[in-house]
Every structure is written in C-alpha cells, then in structure tokens.
Design a protein around this ligand. Sequence first.
Ligand code: NZQ
Ligand code: ZN
Length: 383
Amino acid sequence: MLNFTFHNPTRIQFGSGQIVALNAEIPDDARVLMIYGGGSIKSNGVYEQVKSALGERPVFEFSGIEPNPRYETLINAVDVIRQNNVDYLLAVGGGSVIDGVKFIAAAACFEGDDPWDIFTKRAPVKRALPIGVVLTLPATGSESNTGAVVTRGEDKLPFASPLVRPAFAILDPQVTLTLSPRQVGNGVVDAFVHTIEQYLTYPVNGKVQDRFAEGLLQTLIEDGPKALSEPDNIEVRANVMWSATLALNGLIGAGVPQDWSTHMIGHELTALYGIDHARTLSLILPAMMKVRRDTKRDKLCQYAERVWNIREGSDEEKISAAIHATEAFFRKMGVPVRLSEVDLGSEAIPTILNQLEKHRMTRLGEHRDIGLDISQRVLETAL
Ligand code: NZQ
Ligand code: ZN
C-alpha cells in the first residue's frame, strides 16, 4: 500500500427530511448566498424546503448555473457577494452547481488579477468562503471532495483545494426522485467510473480499498438499473446516493495508484461537443480497458472475478468477458459506448488530440505513460 493522508471533514446529513438540518449547520448570523442551477429545485419543492430551513437569516440568490458550469456565468456571482457582504455559500444542486460554487468561493477571495489563473497557471487558492451543500443529483462526489471542473470557451479544466471542500452536505434521497432517467443513468455511470479509476490500475495489496471499491461497483451494478426500472424505490435511491458520495470522497483512492485518463479525455469531448460528462466516460472507458489490458492485466482479472463473478476460462477470456459486461451495464443505464452513437467519426480524433496537447494531458494514467499515441488508439477503439 502507498503512503497517504486521509482527512475528510465534510459532515454528512443523510436521509429523508434532512434539509431541516441546514438551520443547525449554518451560523445564525451568516449572510447566505443560495446558489442553484436552471430551476429544477423550484419545481420539486427543494427551494421551499431550503428557504424555510434557513429561517430569518439574510438570504440572497444566484441562479442559472448551467450543466458543465461556465466561468463567464460564475464570475458574476462574485459581484453579488461583494455587494451584499455575503459570507456563506449554499450550493443547492448537482455537481455543476457545487463545482461552480467551489470556484465562486475561491474567486471571491482571490488576490491576483484573474481567478481563471487558478486553472491555467495553478495560482494558489489561499482563502475561500465556506460552502454548504444540498445535493440533488448523486453522481460526482463533489459534495464532499476538494475538486471542481469549470469551462471557459473550449477549455474544461479541473482544480482542487482543501479550502473549497464543503463544510457539510445534506443528502436526502427523496429529492432525487424527480431526476430524469437520463440523469439517473448518468449519475450511476459517473460514480461507477470514479470507482474504476481508483481501482483498475495495478495491485499494491490495498485490501480494504479494493474491497470497498468492489462493494461500490457491485452496489451500482445491482441498484443502478433498479433506479430506472423502479423509479419510486427510495431504498434504491438511498444506496445509489451513498455509493456516489463514497466513490469520490477520498476514501477508496487513499493509498492506491489512480488513473484519471478516461476522465481527462472525456472532459475534451464535453468541451468540444457538449456531450454529458458521464456519457463521455461510457464512450471512453471500455476502449481504455481494451487498449490497456496488458498493463492492467492483474486488476482486470480481479475485476472480472470479484465484481462480475467470472470464474471460468483463461485470464484473457475473463478479461474480455468483464469488458463486455461493463459495456452491457452501461447500455442498461442508457448511455452510449461507441463514438458513432453520438455521431462522431475518425475525423474528430485529431481535434480531440490537439485539445489534449493544449491542456498538457500528455502523460496520463497510473504510470503516466498515456501519451497522445495511446490516447489516439483509445479513441480509434471507441469509434
Ligand atoms: O440546473 P437544474 O435545473 O437544477 O437541472 C439539473 C441539470 O439540468 C438537473 N437536476 C439536478 N438535480 C435534479 C435535476 N433535475 C430534476 N431533479 C433533480 N433532483 O440535472 C441536470 C444535470 O445536472 P449537473 O449538476 O450538471 O449534473 P452532475 O451532477 O452530473 O454534474 C456534472 C458536472 O460535475 C463535474 C462534471 O465534469 C460536470 O461538469 N464533475 C465534478 C467532479 C468533482 N467535483 O469531483 C468529478 C466528476 O468527475 C465530474 O467531472
Ligand atoms: Zn466523473
């Protein structure tokens, strides 16, 4: 096992009716900016629950954060914060709203000229406003991690800082009942791929991490399709929600190698073609497994045996069957697994590779050896 530090101080309030916990989580004298997306919270009752839980505190609002949040939108919130002396940010939404709020929290306290430097020049985040979260879409794990991804023009870039990790997150599975099947499928697949990217590397004898990861994968395989076929089943929603948080809260990735290559290639597909985040992952991951089956051999065999219970045949046969099972699971969740299904052909590949080069995504993977040549093979395999 590798050395690690693990510290996740986000307090989780989980369960039906937990939005009322907001009152105890946010200081009584806070001046709160409630930040949300395109309005789903207004049609499903979440908005009223949040407003009522905030009580008499001064609450200001900033809405309109789009899926794959854009710098051009987010930066306007900094003015609202300054004009109203806001000192607490409350994100109410999915990963896009939460990521957007993380950037806003850092931008509001940024001391340089342009907070975009946080992404392009790795300008340090020295201070940030405190953040609380009411999660409405289980998928990204953003509600209790340090990362965020923001788009400006055709650049979709990540940053991370412990200063933007939410102080608390409220996870009420009831609020996920209004998600469309598309968003349910996306969420399950995103959480699945987060788990895979911290698991499917090479063995370091991290027994607990491996078994936690396998438990999350099996839960998503079991309950993901049920979230589509039994949309009112609240226990299924609860299991999906908690799996998605645990998939990317730092726990399963501590002390083991990680491979975020599928995510980094996926971000370029979203930036260039507007494909939903999770769908970029379902397009790339099976191809990544095929191209990397030699470097990932040991873990692919373990994945086949322990996650899919494939015990018969040679190692090669088990690996092929596991990759096939992964694709079949993605299809069950309603997401595409070939670039042709989203109308992309080989002519798109040079454009995607140019973007990867521009963003210095040329040493990806757990061995830092996925250069543009291997990314090209992955994209060709995904056609
Ligand atoms: O904007 P509203 O009207 O709220 O509608 C949203 C949005 O259209 C809707 N929605 C959310 N909760 C709902 C709901 N509709 C009905 N009922 C509800 N309860 O769902 C749509 C998609 O929301 P979005 O927040 O974009 O989805 P998701 O949570 O999948 O977030 C995706 C973003 O997170 C980033 C992705 O790159 C992408 O930008 N990620 C963040 C990560 C992190 N911070 O750790 C890691 C991930 O790998 C990912 O990169
Ligand atoms: Zn993701």
